[in-house]
Design a protein around this ligand. Structure first.
Ligand code: A3P
Length: 349
């Protein structure tokens, strides 16, 4: 009998054909993967244990959620929002702890189960869980509960699409949706999938790009995720931000975010935020995840989580044939949605 989630999605096993293709080139988590129909979202099977909890999650009007397909600049925006709301004068000692602790990812329980994440250690999340959620059972979802018990105003992160979140989510809470030119996003994701133990991707760059376009990778399909948010871009609680605009003029984007979340920061405080959340500053403060999560040799070569932080790095990765193929895929889908991506020109940004 098929399982139906509260969101209305039906959980379908992945096909034998998909398994034969993908299990050779990446890890498939503790219990494999499933597709959520009709949208086709591809998630670790364990996600379905937590999907209804997330769908019923009680968002508050004081929350700010950062929402994005991974590698769109999610972490950058999390750090900006946390700094704006909890550290505008740069005096909060918690600022030196990992941003993933101060702003957890609501769906991260999908990577864990009784047998762990498939990499080493909990990266300190279990200590934080004991501190913030005393007496609670991590089996009920460590990350979803961490989000619940964060001190207000909560900065919550999600890579989930709108259709898996509560129906009144946008009416309850403010959401900053990050978007990034897809070729740069794919390059960033390729490196990330190679050096993170939970993914351990071993295929070529070209096949990664094709798997992304064919919706064969976790977090795909890409276009419906963007489309669902883009359609709501005029909603007063949704603020759309292009990574490339932040690279071009961070103060301009910070002023807009300041107004959107009603933080009322002064120009000096916004300067503090810009300085504290610059690529160089964030990189210098160190990786946001612990060592056990990486394949060290691969990570060293690729540059780690704060890899390049630029626009246009795709030019160093795509053959002209693949570029043409991907550009066609982007153009036809972006036209259909009505979104125009900002193409960061240089790779030295
Ligand atoms: P690259 O791999 O291209 O360097 P996410 O947080 O959504 O996973 O996105 C990660 C991408 O954002 C990485 O891109 C990372 O370097 C970049 N990034 C993180 N912090 C940044 C910052 N302060 N400024 C610019 N880019 C940043």
């Amino acid at each position: 009998m098929s399982v139906r989630l509260r969101s209305g999605h039906v959980v379908e096993p992945v096909s034998e054909e998909w398994l034969a293709k993908m299990e050779k080139i990446q890890k498939l988590y503790n219990h494999g993967m499933v597709r959520l129909i009709p949208d086709g979202w591809l998630y670790p099977t364990v996600f379905t244990n937590f999907a209804d909890k997330i769908y019923n999650f009680k968002f508050k009007s004081s929350d700010v959620v950062v929402m994005a397909v991974p590698k769109s600049g999610t972490t950058w925006m999390q750090e900006i929002l946390w700094t704006m709301l909890h550290n505008p004068d740069l005096k909060n000692p918690l600022a030196n702890t990992s941003i993933f602790m101060r702003s957890p990812d609501i769906e991260s329980d999908m990577f864990a189960d009784g047998k762990g994440r498939g990499d080493e250690g909990s990266g300190g999340f279990d200590q934080m869980f004991q501190f913030l959620c005393p007496g609670k059972d991590p089996e009920d979802g460590m990350f979803v509960q961490l989000c619940e018990f964060l001190p207000d105003p909560r900065i919550i992160k999600t890579h989930l699409p709108l259709s898996l979140l509560p129906p009144d989510y946008l009416d309850k809470t403010k959401v900053v949706y990050m978007v990034r030119e897809p070729k740069d996003l794919i390059v960033s994701m390729y490196h990330f999938f190679r050096f993170m133990k939970i993914f351990s991707y071993t295929g070529s760059f070209d096949s990664f790009v094709r798997h992304f376009m064919d919706n064969d990778l976790l977090y795909t399909p890409y276009w419906p995720h963007v489309k669902m948010a883009w359609e709501k871009r005029d909603h007063p609680n949704l603020h759309f931000v292009f990574y490339e605009d932040m690279k071009a003029d961070i103060m301009k984007e910070l002023r807009k975010v300041n107004e959107f979340i009603g933080a009322n920061l002064t120009e000096q405080q916004l300067e503090n935020v810009a300085q504290h959340t610059s690529f160089t500053s964030m990189r210098e403060r160190g990786e946001p995840l612990m060592e056990g999560f990486w394949i060290s040799e691969v990570k060293e070569k690729s540059g780690g989580f704060f890899r390049k932080g630029t626009t246009g790095d795709w030019k160093n990765h795509f053959s002209s044939e693949l570029e043409e193929e991907v550009n066609h895929w982007i153009e036809s889908n972006a036209t259909d949605i009505g979104i125009t991506f900002k193409c960061g020109g240089s790779s030295s940004g």
